[in-house]
Write a protein that binds this ligand. Structure first.
Ligand code: DC
Length: 231
């Protein structure tokens, strides 16, 4: 029987990490965990409680409420992936808005938030056979992962992908607004004090600016198969 491994996928926002991670998990029969969804759900909670808006962020109240935040993934067989639940409510749609994208990096900077989510992520991966994507998976959550992928592509390419997704969902956004959000998040994600987005020394970098989904999947699948063979 094939050995089960842990696959960590990190990289900038909108590099297609989750598309790749889902493809791999489905192909391998592994669990897929989108850690960005967890940070988004906490940001959505903070918005609902009035702890964060464009002008202010009441970090203390968020930290004091962390025990009241229950995050779960529940597999939706029709969609083929697990949806995010916040305190027993499906928030998969709510967490994907540009509003949440605006505040999520601020929330993800809070060490107490990170500690809570990282603990839950480590627990989910204790039996391996998992593909997890995020910003700190190869560096903090699973430093011993057998395969680490770091995905990049230009900010304009990523903003265009994000813009197309949002417009297809009916969101009223401009390309400039999306590009600005992508650039701001890149900055915050790479400059925060706790667990900034950096490539792990043993990660393999994939720039997918000129790769389509199929080419990218085939490239990474080869890496996965080689890793499983030598694990
Ligand atoms: O992957 P995403 O765009 O859905 O992630 C949302 C935000 O959450 C992103 O701006 C950075 C943060 N994040 C993080 O800090 N650490 C992770 N492991 C995953 C996401």
């Amino acid at each position: 029987m094939n050995k089960k491994i842990t696959i960590a996928i990190d990289g900038f926002s909108s590099t297609g990490k989750s598309t790749l991670a889902k493809q791999l998990a489905n192909h391998l029969g592994y669990v897929y965990v989108d850690t960005g969804a967890m940070y988004r759900a906490v940001a959505f909670f903070a918005m609902q409680q009035g702890y964060i808006n464009a002008d202010f962020f009441d970090k203390e109240s968020l930290i004091n409420s962390l025990l009241n935040i229950k995050l779960q993934f529940k597999f939706n067989a029709d969609l083929g992936f697990a949806e995010m639940y916040l305190n027993n409510l499906n928030v998969e749609t709510e967490i994907r808005t540009i509003e949440v994208s605006r505040f999520v990096s601020k929330v993800a900077e809070v060490s107490e938030v990170r500690a809570k989510l990282v603990e839950q992520q480590k627990e989910m991966g204790k039996d391996k056979a998992i593909v997890m994507d995020g910003r700190d998976i190869g560096t903090v959550v699973f430093p011993d992962a057998e395969l680490k992928i770091f995905m990049t592509s230009s900010a304009t390419t990523r903003a265009q992908r994000r813009y197309d997704e949002l417009v297809a969902k009916g969101d009223d956004v401009s390309f400039e607004e999306v590009l600005k959000n992508v650039e701001e998040r890149d900055y915050i994600d790479t400059h925060r004090e706790d667990s900034p987005l950096i490539m792990a020394d043993d990660a393999i970098e994939i720039d997918n600016s000129h790769l389509d989904r199929k080419e990218q999947f085939e490239l990474v699948l080869e890496l996965v198969n080689d890793t499983i063979k030598s694990a």
